[in-house]
Structures are given as structure tokens and as C-alpha cells.
Design a protein around this ligand. Structure first.
Ligand code: CP
Ligand code: NVA
Length: 313
């Protein structure tokens, strides 16, 4: 049966109830993967992946995930398609979405993915834009639930928790704010001045879901999760030198982790730069769950693709 057309362009494109379903479905799908049980609800379906920026995790998790679910994948980049030769996004969307069942896009401005979705006959997934990275936050939340909660009541362990965001007010930070707003936790944000998070971009109306701190040590105080990201995101490379100076005090180290709760977790979406945004003692230390976090991209995105194409099962 065909489903009403849904896109996943930012974290607000699913409700709290959808997330409760997606997290418990992810647990089922992950269990099957770990016990070598086939899970192939997407036989004969195909996914087009469009990358205008580099990727390791996003590409492999979507590509392997689609094959494991019985489907197929087409991989396009700006350089090897007409996308790089100024074919209008609207025309590309109309053509591509007549030939595949699902599209994943990694690009620059959020408006580009919105224009594509507005002209697509099939669901479109945001695989990272300048503004948002919802698939990563989906994986991060599932990892937190696995470590600290109960997949039967997945949202319960998130309520009232504190996530410390140390670093750039970037696509990851915006998406954390959206998740906090929807799922009832608080983000303690500390960025250098000039790199603040902008809750209007995130579309967050409830300003109680985040608190801004000048001092990253204070942001980490009492946190249940400390997380960070690269100082220079893709597309901002020209600012690298200025950012290296501005962010020097925003490196997550043992002192920051010591301010958080003793059972606090550390996450990083990767790729990481040890000695810049995080010290090796933290990312390679006992509180870090970065490898589970990376693996969980595979499992959450399988649940997401299945939900977009087949609804709740
Ligand atoms: N975290 C993440 O999206 O990684 P990639 O850039 O390797 O896809
Ligand atoms: N904020 C980073 C995330 C990389 C996965 C970027 O946009 O480059």
C-alpha cells in the first residue's frame, strides 16, 4: 500500500510519537542485524544518494542499509552528474524522483533540499545541510537510549536530561535544539562569540529548551551527555585559520568531563580532530560512545527509510 508522502528534512519532520516508534523499531532492526537474521522489507526499492559534500559514515550507512533491506542504491555527486552543471534543482527533482523510491541528499543550503523536496514524488531525506543534520541526532539519541534507557519506553530517559554542546553553533547544534524542543530535554550551549547558535534558524520557539554559557566548563556542569563537533564544518573551510584561534578554549578535555555527571557520556558525530575540538583522553576514554554512535547511523536510518516508505509496521 502506498504511504502519504513524507519528507525528513529536519528533526521537526517527525513527531514525538513517531520518534518513540522509530527508536523501538531501530532496536528490533539492530537485533536482527546482530543475530544475522534477514530484514528485507524494501526488496525492489531503490534509493538515490546525492552528495555535494564529502562523506564516509552517511554514504556507507545509507548504502549498506538499503542493500541489507533488499533494495538498491544509485550514488550521485555534483562532479559526476548534471547537478554540477547548473541543471535546475526543480528539474533534477522531477526526473530523479520518477525513477527511484527514495532520495537522500547532502548539500549546502537547507533551501536547496526544500526546493528538491517540493518537486519530488518520493520521500527526501536530509543527509546533512549547512543548517541541520537530523540523521546524526537520530543516531545520537538512540545511542543515549541504549546506554541509559529502555527501548520499550524510549523517550522516558530523555526527559529532563542535560546535553552540553561545546563548540560551533552549527548544523549539529541547531538539530540538538530541535530535538530538545520536541523531546523535553535541555541543551547547555557554549560557543565562542561570533559563532553562537541561532534558535530562529532551528525554528525553536521554546527558549527554555536551551541555555547559553560563556564558559564551556559551566556548560558541562551536571550534564548527562557532553558533545562537540569539528570547529570548521564543510563549506566553511575559508574561515579555518580564524576558527582555530577563536575556538582554542572550546576543546573538550578531562576537566570539562569532570564537571559533568560521573556517568555522563561523550559523543562526537565524527570525523574528529584530536587536539582541536576534543582531547584523545576523552574521545578514546571510558565515557566515549562514539563507535556505537557511528554504527547506529546504520540502524536508525534503516528504521527511517522503512517508515518513510511503508509507515509504521
Ligand atoms: N557524521 C557524519 O555524517 O559523517 P560523514 O561526514 O562521514 O558522513
Ligand atoms: N558539522 C560538520 C558535521 C560533519 C558530519 C559539517 O557540517 O561538516
Amino acid at each position: 500500500m502506498s504511504q502519504p508522502l513524507k519528507h525528513y528534512l529536519h528533526f521537526g519532520d517527525a513527531s514525538a510519537s513517531d520518534y518513540a516508534y522509530l527508536f523501538s523499531r531501530t532496536a528490533t532492526i539492530k537485533h536482527k542485524f546482530k543475530t544475522y537474521e534477514k530484514h528485507q522489507p524494501l526488496v525492489d526499492r531503490s534509493l538515490a544518494m546525492i552528495f555535494e559534500k564529502a562523506s564516509t559514515r552517511t554514504r556507507i550507512s545509507f548504502e549498506a542499509g538499503m542493500y541489507q533491506m533488499g533494495g538498491a542504491v544509485v550514488h550521485l555527486t555534483t562532479g559526476d552528474s548534471q547537478l554540477g552543471r547548473a541543471e535546475p534543482i526543480e528539474d533534477s527533482a522531477k526526473v530523479i524522483s520518477r525513477m527511484v523510491d527514495l532520495v537522500m541528499i547532502r548539500t549546502y543550503e537547507q533551501t536547496k533540499i526544500e526546493r528538491f523536496a517540493a518537486n519530488s514524488r518520493v520521500p527526501v531525506i536530509n543527509g546533512l545541510t549547512n543548517e541541520f543534520h537530523p540523521c546524526q541526532i537520530l543516531a545520537d539519541l538512540f545511542t543515549f537510549i541504549e546506554q541509559r534507557g529502555d527501548v520499550k519506553h524510549p523517550l522516558d530517559c530523555l526527559k529532563g536530561k542535560v546535553v552540553a554542546w561545546v563548540g560551533d553553533g552549527n548544523n549539529m547544534a541547531n538539530t540538538w535544539l530541535q530535538a530538545a524542543d520536541l523531546l523535553g530535554f535541555t541543551v547547555h550551549v557554549s560557543t565562542p562569540s561570533g559563532y553562537e547558535v541561532n534558535h530562529a534558524i532551528a525554528g525553536v520557539k521554546n527558549t527554555h529548551c536551551f541555555k547559553v554559557f560563556k564558559d564551556p566548563l559551566q556548560a558541562c556542569q551536571g550534564a548527562d551527555l557532553v558533545t562537540t563537533d569539528v570547529w570548521t564544518s564543510m563549506g566553511y573551510e575559508a574561515e579555518n585559520e580564524a576558527r582555530l584561534k577563536a575556538f582554542a578554549a572550546w576543546c573538550v578535555d578531562g576537566r570539562m568531563m569532570a564537571q559533568a555527571k560521573p556517568e555522563a557520556l561523550f559523543m562526537h558525530c565524527l570525523p574528529a580532530h584530536r587536539g582541536e575540538e576534543v582531547q584523545a583522553e576523552v574521545i578514546d576514554g571510558p565515557q566515549s560512545v562514539v563507535w556505537d554512535e557511528a554504527e547506529n547511523r546504520l540502524h536508525v536510518q534503516k528504521a527511517l527509510m522503512e517508515w518513510l516508505l511503508l509507515g509504521r509496521l
